[in-house]
Design a protein around this ligand. Sequence first.
Ligand code: KG4
Ligand code: ZN
Length: 338
Amino acid sequence: MHTIISLGIETSCDETSVAFVTDQKEILSHTVFSQKDHEAFGGVVPELAARSHLQNLEQIFKETQKKTGLSVQDVSVIAATCGPGLIGGVIVGSSFAKGLAYYHNKPFIPVNHLEAHALTVRLTEKVEFPYLLLLVSGGHCQLVCARDLGQYSVLGSTKDDAVGETFDKVAKLLGLGYPGGPAIEKAACQGEAQRFSFPRPFYGQAHCSFSFSGLKTAVRYEMQKNVDPSAQDICDCAASFQKAVSETLVDRVQQAMQQVPSVKKLVVAGGVGANQQIRTQLQKLCVEKSWAFYAPPNHLCTDNGAMVAWTGLEYFIKGKGSDLNFAPRPRWPLSELG
Ligand code: KG4
Ligand code: ZN
């Protein structure tokens, strides 16, 4: 049987990533280059990110392709993230992909970055629609009912900061560096999570919205009380913060489960989904509620080209045609797909 191969390109934030994925769910070759340019700033600088994608994408593409032993002619479909994201980077990646598609006469599929996160588990496991999705990344925090390809009902999202953004800001406050999520997780392992009592925003409230700015401020106030924190103080604070976030997420998911009780499947996606404590607590909730729980492997939770290639492949198989005229979108909510 003829294997369908998809090429995916991701450049919407600070990862330049290229992947070749088959309809047999095989990742033939995959490169994720995480830009280091932003560490000194404690967050992603859009202009630097776009320049870095521009500088590195061609080389990353060539190296990734070389590892497959295939030519672009062997590829059936070319996909790139076209939004939402930092528009400079999105334009770099999508224009590069469109150029390849035009030159090699291949279909080009514009991919929504959020949908790519949402579909990642379908690349790594067999998960049928519908499912409840907790999408937790640097730019987004939402609970979504994924009904079909292109069909998503957003049950709730954050009123202020995204959860990954909160990890990054709190890490900066604690002097733990960027990206904040993995740094906080590491520090939290050495910390006492009962030491500080931080708020769990919206806890117990019967809706699916999130809010994290108050939690971030609570950490700031706590740190201001201590002018010379010890390494142990920092670790205790990281552990207490991580516990507050994971209990908040579990509570919000529980509310969402009540809104779609027949779905019985929970999927976590996005960079924060790589957090072990959060995964464990969500898994525990699912066992209690008799729901199935799915999470992509850690390296596919954070931004990557494989999820983009896979999303392009799903659309291609469903019969979607080439769309070289698609204009990249800095904002592109899941509700505006389909
Ligand atoms: O999905 P992603 O790579 O990019 C966006 O689409 O935003 O998510 C990046 C975010 C960052 O805020 C990062 O701090 C967070 O995911 N993150 C984590 C962990 N790994 C990455 N947060 C908590 N724990 C982690 N282990
Ligand atoms: Zn992402």
